[in-house]
Design a protein around this ligand. Structure first.
Ligand code: KG4
Ligand code: ZN
Length: 333
């Protein structure tokens, strides 16, 4: 028997989930809208809002799962990577809660958890598989050998794919986070109207900083010709940028699958919610004879259900940490 309460607070979502014997029975997410006006997450504001949200979110999760806090067997939490102030709220709360209820503590790596979100529902991938993990802070191709044995075989040398979406949105005067808005406009646009150069990075690594600059210069030049360029062509610009980012990601994933001789391929992280990426991966799976694993929308962006499932597998191995645990803004894989 295991009933695990899990806390996620690495960025701007305060989330609490309950995992009952490997099944998610609650997953409450409080989004922070305060950052919309600033074009990005303001760390100081994020930690303050986590502080306000954490108790009501815990209470709601216990109600949703129909569980009393005295029935819990462990407390899992995101140790990192993430914003230090945000992590501190979740880690401190988890430690106090575990101390008060005399429960073991489970520290979870946020990036591992994005990948392990594939073990919440069926179909579950078989080990070993490759996972393209694309979020606001990371872009990685990970060789997943086991619940705890994961190797990064390619990653971004600078910006993450999520940042490329969010920064493009900013250039186009769309609010933060821009990824979902680019996706929405892209669905009404022509993906091959504008061409952006594919970064020439060797091996399985990525780079998005030059790509972002290319978009900035392209828009600046077009606006010199027509000041209303963005307004007139928003859907086509979004569709073309999205098409380019998806191509960059999938070309490397294709290469990785060949190099490692792996046919089970997954995507994870916030950008895996992107409709262009999801559709293109399904199409690629047909030509490459891949079995693809695409998370449900609710498990793409940050959520505590993924922390709970990762915590459950650690619980089975009695992989606990002491009260001296600290958050880690950067965390080795
Ligand atoms: O995994 P996540 O929620 O947080 C981090 O761990 O960073 O990822 C957030 C990122 C943001 O950059 C956001 O713009 C992007 O995921 N994102 C999307 C979509 N939904 C979220 N990007 C493109 N299309 C989407 N539909
Ligand atoms: Zn994340």
């Amino acid at each position: 028997m295991s009933v695990i309460l899990a806390i996620e607070s690495s960025c701007d979502e305060t989330s609490v989930a309950i995992c009952n014997n490997g099944k998610i029975t609650a997953n409450v997410i409080a989004n922070q809208t305060i950052h919309e006006n600033y074009g990005g997450v303001i760390p100081e504001l994020a930690s303050r809002v986590h502080q306000q949200n954490i108790v009501p979110v815990i209470q709601q999760a216990l109600i949703d799962a129909n569980v009393n806090k005295n029935e819990l067997n462990a407390v899992a939490f995101t140790k990192g990577p993430g914003l230090l102030g945000s992590l501190l709220v979740g880690v401190s709360f988890a430690k106090s809660f575990a101390l008060a209820l005399d429960l073991p503590l489970i520290a979870v790596n946020h990036m591992h958890a994005h990948i392990l979100a594939h073990f919440i529902d069926e179909p579950k991938p078989q080990f070993p598989f490759l996972c393209l993990t694309v979020s606001g802070g990371h872009t990685q191709i990970v060789l997943v050998r086991d619940y705890s044995s994961m190797e990064i075989v390619g990653e971004t040398l600078d910006d993450a794919a999520g940042e490329a979406f969010d920064k493009t949105a900013k250039i186009l005067n769309l609010p933060y986070p821009g990824g979902p808005l680019i996706d929405k406009h892209a669905q009404k646009g022509n993906p091959i109207d504008y061409k952006f150069p594919e970064p020439q990075i060797k091996g399985l690594d990525f780079s998005f900083s030059g790509f972002k600059t290319a978009i900035l210069y392209f828009i600046r030049d077009q606006e010199k010709i027509d000041p209303d360029f963005i307004a007139k062509n928003l859907n086509d610009i979004c569709a073309s940028v999205q098409y380019s980012i998806v191509n960059i990601l999938l070309n490397k994933l294709k290469r990785a699958a060949k190099e490692y001789g792996i046919k089970d391929v997954a995507i994870a992280g916030g950008v895996s919610a992107n409709s262009g990426l999801r559709n293109a991966l399904q199409e690629l799976a047909l030509t490459q004879q891949w079995n693809v694993f695409i998370p449900a929308f609710e498990y793409c962006t940050d959520n505590a259900a993924m922390i709970a499932i990762a915590g459950y597998h650690k619980y089975l191995n009695k992989d606990f940490v002491g009260q001296d645990v600290s958050p880690a803004a950067r965390m080795e894989f």
